[in-house]
Ligand binder design. Sequence first.
Ligand code: GAL
Length: 433
Amino acid sequence: MNAISRLATVISLASLLPVSAFPVSALAADSKGSVEVVHWWTSGGEKAAVDVLKAQVEKDGFTWKDGAVAGGGGATAMTVLKSRAVAGNPPGVAQIKGPDIQEWASTGLLDTDALKDVAKAEKWDSLLDKKVSDTVKFEGNYVAVPVNIHRVNWLWINPEVFKKAGIEKAPTTLQEFYAAGDKLKAAGFIALAHGGQPWQDSTVFEAVVLSVMGVDGYKKALVDLDNAALTGPEMVKSLTELKKVATYMDVDGKGQDWNLEAAKVINGKAGMQIMGDWAKSEWTAAKKVAGKDYECVAFPGTDKAFTYNIDSLAVFKQKDKGTAAAQQDIAKVVLGENFQKVFSINKGSIPVRIDMLSDMDKYGFDSCAQTAAKDFLADAKSGGLQPSMAHNMATTLAVQGAFFDVVTNYINDPKADPATAAKQLGTAVKSAK
Ligand code: GAL
């Protein structure tokens, strides 16, 4: 049974149950309508970003019910969302990404009408790249609004720590990365801040695959799920390098949240972190300045590539007219110019609107965001723009889960063998497809 029919089977039960609406008593007397938004933006920096949306929606006269579910990468939020759907009580809006939007839409629970008018009035088709709009449309209709674009293949550096450890420049190759890691360790620092949660392990894994196998190899293995690429010598080499990268990881990082690990780089305890640019939200919240207090560089060997991760808010069918109005308000606000700017500055991302991406200076974005936008546009032309596997843009959650299991077991098993792990990847992905 494929992933779509698996989700559909579970959720078809939900159609027997009534579609939820907020109890009227939950509404403030003068509220135009109430909407619950399920998301996983709970770190300090992420919260600052989502609060921008909440404030605007409330200003517009609606009641925002915060459905935040802690847990980086969103795995817990997705579990909660599925059980809410099965119970016939989905929220009005939920953060869902990539191919999973199609999977959810095919269950019939997403609303294919709610965003029609706003998308037309706000000219979404001309504001968005087709690749992006296709992701958030189902059978030609918008079922979600894209919020922002994150780049995943970044390396975050504390330059002061580098200086103390005698490292002169940011590493651009894996060999330089290892040399920097050795110096950091020798000087008593944590070389690589890393929380050992599966999604974080796979964030590092995909960066290493991109570095070793290049854009074509990455695409074949992690996007096309080609068995030869998943099990071949280049994957074995990637896994060998991954094991070496893992020797620099924080020994206290097992099960640790990404933002607590980011804090170790910010506070000068660690030298580096491999993380998408939501990590920048923590630096911003700590009032640190890009290019001065910290450096963002592409993960060594990946500067000609951009693994993208687009956050989107999907709309669920609701009976209550006020909730439907609130959904439309959220959608309108999200793709508005001012929100695109303020949210991304807080979140560490770049706008999803193409007109803004080519004029980043105008909006006061910092050097990391300017680099991201420039690379996004260049890599879109060269083919270097690839969806992130670890962040659910390349595959469904089921296939992603197969990668997560093999990669995390491999990193944690002291006796693990890269050739065996590559074979396991092939088998696990095949059965999850
Ligand atoms: C990503 C998500 C980001 C950020 C990150 C950490 O999957 O797209 O917006 O929240 O997880 O939780």
